[in-house]
Ligand binder design. Structure first.
Ligand code: UDX
Ligand code: ADP
Length: 464
């Protein structure tokens, strides 16, 4: 079966870049990305391609090439579903904030709404592809809804988890380590559906990098990959605290350990804590699934990765308070970076949010500079915590457009995101304009070789 029309529900960090690359690489396939968020769709359609709602290096160029040719962004969800042979579901699946499984399970209400909409609209057979990270066995729930509310239409459900990391999404999509496709490979129709999706990817991905499995293996592989990656960060972060006590340096330890080819050098960078929309959510989900099967040791094992991560954020903030003579009340702290990592404007679960919350509880004043995150997003992140009134957040937190302005008359600077532009800052100049004694807290190890004499500051770097 040859796919001619693709619809993707959800124009976010996953749906947007993924569909842009599919459209670029498969000019004969029409790709329509739909979303209920009109503002987001309008931004994807903005005449100036630099205004698309997601910042990813290289993405605007691809959108400029394919948009209007075979890549479309629309709010007309019904008509895109109706036309499509293949529908990707890329909606958000946040952790539940209410009821059973609160704080643990993934909230599938957006997925379910999509399924019901597909069932209501479809008049011809569809291949439905899960792209969002989902709990194991979601495909079954999807199939149940589609088969029982549809109008005699045949649905094949595939799981095709996305492994792209934000900030490198375009490169990850163009040359993925692997593409994973789970389907009902025991039936003829299932096999055909899997093959149809394989044929989309073979436009640019070598065959040997495309893996096909059953649906459950595919769903569980995604959770496992994220759990393993997050575990590495928590492992090195656990060592960072020990390094600080013993005089070892976590970067040196990481280098020595990473040269063991069985361990490998990647994902061993100690930090103020991992963030992003996936790691915490997926591990909580894994913990929830394990508990629901009575596998308490498995659940506790993975939960420890989150416990360590929360501890890392808290101890970074606590160290700022301790160093500033046990009080930050009324003191100005400058934050360099708000995004959860460099090269993205995404702030979901960013460590900066929790460090800020801790310091605001200690009555600090915070001034934030981030090259890509908008002021309204920063306030939305803080308001979402419900720790303070919106008015108070605006009184105590300000957002500026220049790192030097952030540092002016501050008692301390905290580096929360490893943006490249922070590596070339004039630290001496920053230091001169600060209140003395001035401190620098490097949560990203930007300043390894800079000495106190070089830049004036007393500085703390995580893991050394
Ligand atoms: C992750 C997975 O990498 C990706 O495969 C999956 O599809 C989605 O989740 P993402 O969250 O976008 O991607 O970014 P990633 O590069 O994995 O970083 C996650 C967090 O870990 C960031 O806050 C990052 O700063 C932190 N991190 C990463 C470290 O602190 N140290 C490291 O060595 C690596
Ligand atoms: P991700 O990082 O998984 O891509 P995002 O939150 O960036 O997550 O994107 C998910 C998108 O899905 C949002 O733009 C949201 O508006 C959209 N969405 C959620 N539910 C629906 C729905 N039922 N129909 C269409 N779009 C939806």
């Amino acid at each position: 079966m040859k796919i001619k029309n693709i619809c993707c529900i959800g124009a976010g960090y996953v749906g947007g870049p993924t569909m842009a690359v599919i459209a670029q690489k498969c000019p004969e396939i029409n790709v329509t990305v739909v979303d209920i968020n009109e503002k987001r769709i309008a931004a994807w359609n903005d005449k100036d391609v630099e205004n698309i709602p997601i910042y990813e290096p290289g993405l605007s160029k691809i959108v400029a090439e394919a948009r209007g040719r075979n890549l479309f962004f629309s709010t007309d969800i019904d008509s895109a579903i109706d036309k499509a042979d293949m529908i990707f579901i890329s909606v958000n699946t946040p952790t539940k904030t209410y009821g059973i499984g609160k704080g643990m399970a993934a909230d599938l209400k957006y997925i379910e709404l999509c399924a019901r909409q597909i069932a209501r609209v479809s008049k011809s057979d569809k291949i439905v592809v899960e792209k969002s990270t989902l709990p194991v066995r979601t495909a079954e729930a999807l199939k149940n809804i589609l088969d029982n509310t549809g109008n005699g239409v045949n649905y094949q459900i595939l799981s095709n988890p996305e492994f792209l990391a934000e900030g490198t999404a375009v490169d990850d999509l163009l040359s993925p380590d692997r593409v994973l496709i789970g389907g009902d490979i025991d039936t003829k129709k299932g096999k055909e559906a899997v093959q149809a999706l394989v044929d989309v990817y073979t436009h640019w991905v070598p065959n040997e990098r495309i893996l096909t499995t059953n649906v459950w293996s595919s769903e569980l592989s995604k959770l496992t990959a994220n759990a393993f990656l997050a575990q590495r960060v928590s492992s090195i972060n656990a060592m960072s605290e020990l390094c600080e006590k013993t005089g070892a340096d976590v970067n040196e330890v990481a280098r020595a350990v990473g040269m063991d080819s069985r361990i490998g050098p990647k994902f061993l960078k100690s930090s103020v804590g991992f963030g992003g929309s996936c790691f915490q959510k997926d591990i909580l989900n894994l913990v929830y699934i394990a508990k629901s099967f009575g596998l308490y040791e498995v659940a506790d094992y993975w939960e420890q990765v989150i416990i360590m991560n929360d501890h890392q954020k808290r101890r970074f903030a606590a160290n700022i308070v301790k160093t500033l003579f046990n009080t930050v009340s009324g003191k100005k702290i400058a934050f360099l970076g708000w995004a959860f990592k460099k090269d993205t404007n995404d702030t979901r679960e960013s460590a900066s949010i929790y460090v800020a919350d801790y310091l605001l509880n200690e009555q600090a004043e915070i001034v934030i500079y981030d090259p890509k995150v908008k002021e309204e997003q920063i306030y939305a992140d803080l308001d979402y915590l419900n720790s303070r009134t919106e008015e108070e957040n605006r009184k105590r937190v300000s957002v500026v457009k220049d790192p030097y302005e952030a540092g002016k008359e501050a008692h301390a600077i905290a580096v929360l995101t490893e943006w490249d532009e922070f590596r070339t800052l004039d630290w001496k100049k920053l230091y001169e304009d600060m209140l003395k004694p001035a401190f620098l807290f490097d949560g990203r190890r930007l300043l390894d070789r800079k000495t106190k004499e070089d830049i004036g500051f007393d500085f703390y770097a995580i893991g050394s």
